[in-house]
Design a protein around this ligand. Sequence first.
Ligand code: CA
Length: 233
Amino acid sequence: MHTILIVEDEPVLLETLEYNLKREGYRVLTAADGWSAVEVFRREPPDLVILDVMLPDIDGFEVCRILRRESTVPILMLTARTDEVDKVVGLEVGADDYVTKPFSMRELLARVKALLRRERMLREELTAERAEGRERLVFGDLVIDDASRTVYLRGEPVPLKPKEYDLLLFLARHRGMVLSRELILERVWGWDFIGGSRTVDVHVRWLREKLEDNPANPTRIVTVRGVGYRFEG
Ligand code: CA
């Protein structure tokens, strides 16, 4: 049984979400403000977090940043305004998906299911990789240690956000192959991810800033004009 943490300060919405998720067989934890959410999360780590943006103390963006520093748990954000969407998936905060209020319960439940399924697939893929003993990818002075999800450049660990790491690992596992933005989006973010291919470009830029000697003239992750990217090593 999956446990879901709902963070929402509107009592009626909180209750409705709780009722519907329980009916689907999920175990539910709740928090009505940002700091209690962090507290509940640390005490009893859930399998997924549904997180409202507007909260009475710290907002959902801040909560998301805090949780991201500690965990790769899937986070689904509830936004009230479309102009918040860029920030949410601008992955500046690191949410996995969002729905805009008002939303249909059916849509929300579908998103929850999709995120949990994606998480399970990623875990299974990882388990398979480990079983095959491919935990460590070495490209000269760049080392990806998948067992610890740590990347080393010239022996120094490089701090990467979870999605940056997932993207790098995906690229590295397909070294030399031309990968379209669409394929990358589907495999790294999931087929149901709503953000556009700009998301891929933004993450590639961040990776280049951290991994390339000259980010303006990259040699590790090269652009294939009109298509996508190719990892050279
Ligand atoms: Ca709210």
